[in-house]
Structure formats: C-alpha cells, structure tokens
Design a protein around this ligand. Structure first.
Ligand SMILES: *Cc1c(COP(=O)(O)O)cnc(C)c1O
Length: 243
C-alpha cells in the first residue's frame, strides 16, 4: 500500500515537472522540445523507475557507477541513459560495457577521463559517445568540474583528440552544496559563448545542462537545454551522496 502510493506520486510529480518545464521554456521564447528532462533516479528502486518509464518518459540519469551498473541491465533497453557528475577514469570501461544504451556522459572534467572514455568506446566497439564537459562555476575549490578559464582547452581536446567522443555541451552542478545561483548559470552561458567563438560553432551545437530540482525553471529561463531532476520527481533520496 505504501509502496503503491509512492509510485503514483512519482508519476504525478513527473507530469507536474513536465508542465513546469513547458511553461518555463515558453517564457523564454522556446519550446518544451528544446529542453531535455533527465529524471535522476539514483538511490531509487527499479520498480519506481519503471513506473515513470511506463508513462512514456525515456530519459534517466544516474551518478553512482556501481549502482548504475546493477540497475541498467534490469531496465528496458530503449532508455536514454545519462551518467551525470564526476566519473572516475578507472570506471569508464566497466560503465560502458554494462550500459550499452548509455547515451551521454555529463561530467568530463579532465583530459584523462576523456581519454579513458574514448579508448573504452573503441575497445567495446559501440557507437560514438556524447559527452558534456563539466564546469566548476562556483568560484570555489571543488573536486569536480574544470575551471571556466580552462574549458576551451578541454573542449578542444575532446573535439580534436577523442575521435570516439561527440562533444555535446557544458554541464554545471552550481555550488558545492548542489544549489545554484543565477551567477552559476551566467558563467556556464559565458563559457558556451567563448567556446562557440573560439571553435566557430553555433550555440545550438553546444547544449547547456544546468538546473536541478530547486532551480530548473530559472535555469531554463536562463538558457538551459538539459535539466537534471531527482528529488522533485522521485522524492527525497534514501541515502546520502557518496563517492
Ligand atoms: C543528484 C543529482 C541531481 C538531481 O538532484 P535533485 O536536487 O534531487 O534534483 C542533478 N545533478 C547531479 C549531478 C546529481 O548528482
């Protein structure tokens, strides 16, 4: 009974999120189709993810490798999986091997992890992997995310030295406590302008992944094309962040 109530709550919450996303997109002169909603299912059971999947939603995100590797094979193969956040380079290959339907890694923040992913794609023989470069927009010391001043160089490395990766855009978490300020969003946007200028790319060739449960509408109004929403859809997480 309790489990049933939790499961339908997630479906209701997803619908409400999609509605809010559409309105925020329209307020910024865009369309809901311009914004990818990643349902962040970390710490959540297969049964609950399945409920959300059954509504037709296909885009999900995880960020603990071990948990991801255990869950993904138990879920449908047409899920569009995103790995979000920092990935340890020694886990790249096992992640790619276990999740053939991994569509993007949002969290490349150094050359080493880019190289590991690039080699893993080629050794497994899967199709090229889309990646986003993770930027530390907080101005504070953080263990993940490259400094804004270094993002052009890392993007160049991905584009020109990693033939099995497809550079897709930029991602930020915001502040170390996972909240965001408008300044975080502006900084990520500025990084995109710089990259597009340096590399002769169009803005639409560089997605922005910013905004989580507490701030996704503001992020969309400030240009986000990917929002990563966990607790607002699935409820509070049962165990704290690790890794
Ligand atoms: C957990 C997580 C999210 C989702 O956080 P919520 O606040 O629950 O929406 C988004 N991005 C990353 C990188 C995460 O680890």
């Amino acid at each position: 009974m309790a489990a049933q109530a939790v499961e339908s709550a997630a479906v209701t919450a997803l619908r409400s999120v999609l509605h809010r996303v559409r309105h925020a997109a329209e307020r910024s002169g865009r369309h809901a189709d311009d914004v990818r909603v990643i349902a962040v299912s970390k710490t959540k059971p297969i049964s609950l993810i399945r409920q959300v999947y059954d509504t037709g939603h296909r885009c999900f995100g995880e960020n603990y490798v071990q948990e991801f590797i255990e869950k993904a094979p138990q879920l449908p193969k047409d899920i569009d999986w995103h790995f979000i956040g920092h990935l340890q380079s020694n886990k790249a290959k096992s992640l790619l091997a276990a999740v053939p339907n991994l569509s993007m890694v949002q969290g490349v923040d150094n050359e080493k992890i880019a190289n590991h992913l690039d080699r893993a794609v080629s050794s497994i023989g899967r199709k090229p992997l889309s990646v986003m470069v993770q930027v530390n927009t907080s101005g504070e010391i953080s263990k993940s995310g490259i400094e804004p001043a270094s993002c052009v160089d890392l993007v160049k490395h991905v584009k020109f030295s990693c033939p099995n990766l497809v550079f897709s855009g930029l991602m930020t978490i915001g502040m170390p406590d996972y909240t965001s300020t408008p300044e975080n969003f502006k900084t990520l946007s500025r990084c995109r302008s710089e990259i597009c200028k340096e590399l002769g790319m169009l803005e639409k060739q560089c997605e922005l992944s910013m905004g989580m449960s507490g701030d996704f509408e503001l992020a969309i109004e400030m240009g986000s094309t990917n929002v990563r929403i966990g607790s607002t859809i699935f409820g509070p997480r049962e165990y704290p962040k690790k890794q």
